[in-house]
Design a protein around this ligand. Structure first.
Ligand code: NAD
Ligand code: MG
Length: 385
């Protein structure tokens, strides 16, 4: 029986994780859940999975949740201390990090320090603080399993092979909803167009990140930390069908690829039960129904975000944290109708240009760089509005 805590249980990854848990009651038990504003869903999850502890963002939500629950209640906590208490709940052996954004950093770090294995969906944590997180993983002897489909595909394609034989990894990208949109029309796409991803159903922020390809940029940095590879051995190829989830090329010219229909339940389950494989309810891949698998190089002019990610990696130090935080602010502004789609990447670049990267030797330093970037991006936005 694996005892799990899920950070961000009401999100897209959190819900898919609980579907796997529900279909294998003999394998998993839920110790703690944390959520944001969706108290109705959290209440249902509490009734179904009986966690010992839950945490929400505000005290007001905690009181409201307590009133909504009848009968035996879990301990209900709130705020960052609540999040950290849930992340370190003694009975859990694994924490699923599925909060969106840099808000996931503190609880994930706390979980690692408490000796929990991590199933990591929250890529922003590695982007902002990869060197610190990977050092802590080593220091505390815990395992960190990728949930992101590309990184799970690479992890799966590495099994049984020697790291020193890897030539490069190739991340696949669907290209998002605007892959074939005329470049001059990109500035005027609507929020609902940008939220309409062709292959994956995900939370709002990552769906916008997929449309700008900032997501792939963040994933390049994530791959760098997870697989200890330099930027020039991490490539991106557009693969609109999202059937091959990523690949590893070896020195002898062999390429290992992992395939499947696009459904996050497969990579989530692999992270939960590695090296065992369990049923997931994911539809089988019908090869004969495929009309073709195509691959091409991403156009620089359409996806300037990739250039920014390679630059952030090249600069290193505080720059990836700054890139990530600027993106969070810019995506929020786009979703609230304040800026155009193409301005998301422009604001990230402007913020990065006004930053001189400096070393980050603690989580507090990462959070300071994150705050600096948010303030700078907001300042740039205010100047323009
Ligand atoms: P989501 O928006 O659907 O869910 C996010 C969860 O985090 C929710 O439970 C929300 O309440 C909680 N949350 C948000 N802000 C919070 C805060 N400040 N404090 C505490 N809790 C907070 O997001 P998602 O699509 O499930 O993505 C989660 C993470 O997984 C992201 O880092 C994303 O990049 C990554 N990821 C998602 C997918 C996917 O298919 N959805 C695929 C790969 C990676
Ligand atoms: Mg991904």
């Amino acid at each position: 029986m694996k005892k799990l805590t899920i950070l961000g249980s009401t999100g897209s990854i959190g819900v898919s994780t609980l579907e796997i848990v529900a279909s294998h009651p003999d394998k998993f038990e839920i110790v703690a859940l944390t959520a944001g504003n969706n108290l109705t869903l959290l209440k249902r999850q509490i009734e179904q999975f009986s966690p010992q502890v839950v945490s929400v963002i505000t005290e007001e939500s905690a009181l409201k949740l307590s009133k909504m629950l009848k009968g035996k209640k879990p301990e209900i906590l709130h705020g960052v201390p609540g999040l950290i208490a849930a992340a370190t709940a003694p009975d859990a052996s694994m924490v699923v990090a599925a909060i969106v954004g840099a808000a996931g950093l503190l609880p994930t770090v706390a979980a690692i320090k408490a000796g929990k294995d991590i199933a990591l969906a929250n890529k922003e944590t590695l982007v902002a603080a990869g060197h610190l997180v990977m050092n802590l993983v080593k220091e505390h002897g815990v395992k960190l399993y990728p949930v992101d489909s590309e990184h799970s595909a690479i992890f799966q394609s590495l099994q049984g092979h020697r790291a020193e034989d890897v030539k490069r990894v190739i991340l696949t990208a669907s290209g998002g909803p605007f892959l074939n949109c005329q470049l001059e029309k990109l500035a005027n796409v609507s929020v609902s167009d940008a939220l309409n991803h062709p292959n994956w159903s995900m939370g709002q922020k990552i769906t916008i990140d997929s449309a700008t390809m900032v997501n792939k940029g963040l994933e390049i940095i994530e791959a760098h930390w997870l697989f200890n590879l330099p930027a020039d051995r991490i490539d991106v190829v557009i693969h609109p069908q999202s059937i091959i989830h990523s690949m590893v090329e070896y020195l002898d010219g062999c390429v290992m690829a992992q395939m499947g229909v696009p459904d996050m339940k497969a990579p989530i389950a692999y992270a939960l039960t590695f090296p065992e494989r369990v049923t997931t309810g994911v539809k089988p891949l019908d090869l004969t129904a495929l009309t073709g698998l195509t691959f091409f190089r991403p156009e620089q002019s359409r996806f300037p975000s990739l250039r920014l990610a390679y630059r952030a990696m090249h600069d290193g130090k505080s720059m990836p944290a700054v890139m990530n935080a600027a993106n969070e602010v810019a995506v929020h502004s786009f979703l609230s109708g304040k800026i155009r789609f193409t301005e998301i990447v422009e604001y990230i670049e402007k913020t990065m240009e006004s930053h001189s990267p400096h070393p980050l030797d603690s989580v507090e330093a990462v959070l300071r760089a994150d705050r600096w970037s948010r303030e700078k991006t907001r300042e740039l936005l205010c100047e323009a509005l």
